[in-house]
Design a protein around this ligand. Structure first.
Ligand code: GRG
Length: 306
């Protein structure tokens, strides 16, 4: 296993144990003196655990932890912000898989949450994962400074919500009944998929108290890997299979969905991936070897097979 894969695994393990703790059946695992929760319904906890534990590449938390590491923030210090972002990602997958959205049966090689439970439970599990993310961000474990925590709350809300991921999902649904051009596809994808990835990179800058130029560099890196991630996903949707991906493939063509692969073809899209990769590397220009892991992450996104 390469050193990069080992690090990806060890960060994923830390996120897994943090989520495990957050999603315990018992109340009383927050750092607040005043406990406000009343009861945790067992079925809902089970559905949230099904949706978020033991699965996924944990790429967004990895990006949080490695961008924070640029500023000397340890994985143990960044893991709560990282896990909060993973909760938002998992909620989006649960809701995206619902019959009213993508209607999928398979996610991360397992039955989707509404298949393993039922639709109402899946909606609630997604809702509760989203709200849990903001609970976690508000905790002192995320950062001792309240102004940093408050900045993170705003950053996550704006990237996850109306002008970010949820807005992008709306544009994506609308795009099923028209033929979007390349610009429209790029904008909707930079919201639907890119928002959480760039949020991850900027989170590292916020946790680490980065200077503005460093923050802008990480923003550029996040934007470009977001573009690359979605384009790689669209290519894999055409070239890979459900067993490798752990989810249904061929979906875009089935739905007649406009993608850059559909507009430009595979060859040109592979070239475009290299352009995005170059842009991502440029974003890290002000950083030295300490950013090599992030550089490898960009390469991993472009080369990934699932
Ligand atoms: C329903 C509010 C709402 C938003 C949905 C994330 C999303 C927006 C839709 C998911 C649809 C999809 C498959 C988009 C392609 C990019 C993407 C987010 C893939 C899944 O991310 P990975 O590959 O998944 O990082 P793992 O399982 O590894 O975490």
């Amino acid at each position: 296993m390469t050193d990069f894969k080992k690090l990806l695994n060890s960060h994923a393990n830390l996120v897994e144990s943090t989520l495990e703790g957050l999603l315990s059946h018992e109340i009383g695992n927050s750092d607040d003196e005043l406990e406000i929760e009343v009861a945790r319904p067992g079925r809902l906890v089970h559905a949230m655990r099904h949706s978020s534990l033991d699965g996924g590449k944990r790429l967004r938390p990895f990006l949080v932890m490695e961008s924070a590491a640029l500023f000397g923030v340890s994985p143990e210090e960044s893991v709560f912000a990282a896990s909060a972002l993973e909760c938002i990602h998992c909620y989006s997958l649960v809701h995206d898989d619902l019959p009213a959205m993508d209607n999928d049966d398979l996610r991360r090689g397992k039955p989707t949450t509404h298949k393993a439970f039922d639709e109402a439970t899946a909606i609630l599990a997604g809702d509760a994962l989203l709200t849990l993310a903001f609970d976690v961000l508000s905790r002192k474990q995320t950062h001792p400074d309240a102004s940093v925590r408050s900045e993170l709350v705003q950053l996550y809300a704006r990237n996850a919500g109306l002008g970010g991921m949820v807005g992008g999902q709306m544009l994506d649904l609308e795009a099923e009944s028209k033929t979007p051009d390349a610009m429209e596809i790029t904008i909707l994808q930079s919201m639907k998929t890119g928002a959480l990835l760039r949020c991850a990179c900027v989170t590292g800058a916020v946790l680490g108290g980065a200077e503005q130029a460093q923050r802008m560099g990480l923003l550029q890196f996040g934007n470009q890997i977001g573009n690359a991630f979605q384009l790689a996903d669209d290519i894999l949707d055409v070239t890979s299979d459900a067993e490798t991906m752990g989810k249904r493939t061929g979906k875009d063509a089935d739905k007649g969905k406009g993608t850059l692969v559909g507009l430009y073809g595979l060859e040109k899209c592979r070239q475009l991936l290299d352009v995005y990769l170059e842009g991502a590397m440029e974003g890290l220009e002000d950083f030295g070897p300490e950013a090599d892991i992030l550089r490898e992450t960009a390469q991993f996104i472009v080369d990934r097979k699932n």
